[in-house]
Design a protein. Structure first.
Length: 132
């Protein structure tokens, strides 16, 4: 499990920023009374995101009742490559989903009388569902 800790930590940036963008979109919707055409690069809600100092790219889509912010890990960073964080919000009532995080792998090694063929790699599609 230690191998996934760095990716989990790196996913925090995507989770926090995607949540912040969704909250800003909720504020935009309340102020304007409409979402209008959803701004794909999220700049209407978050301003221009400076991409040279982030490990994720951000995209917005959906509607006022299912507004989606997707943070995609940059391929140039080994810790965020393949990681995707999705936040869905209903801007009309202010409810938000738990962030869905994909692309984090866990390595499980079974000790004892097991052969190396028992080495399992499990992909956990949503780390939010992992219990400790």
């Amino acid at each position: 499990q230690f191998m996934s800790q760095t990716k989990k930590a790196a996913a925090t940036e995507g989770t926090q920023q995607a949540s912040a963008i969704a909250k800003q979109a909720a504020g935009y919707y309340l102020e304007q009374g409409t979402l209008g055409t959803v701004d794909a690069d999220c700049s209407d809600y978050a301003g221009t995101i400076k991409t040279d100092n982030t490990n994720f790219t951000y995209a917005c889509s959906g509607t006022k009742t299912a507004f989606i912010v997707k943070a995609t890990g940059k391929n140039s960073n080994d810790n965020t490559k393949g990681v995707v964080v999705t936040v869905t919000a209903n801007l009309t009532d202010g409810t938000f989903s738990k962030p869905e995080i994909t692309g984090i792998w866990f390595l499980l090694i079974i000790f004892g009388d097991w052969s190396w063929s028992q080495l399992l790699i499990l992909k956990i599609s949503q780390i939010c569902q992992v219990s400790r």
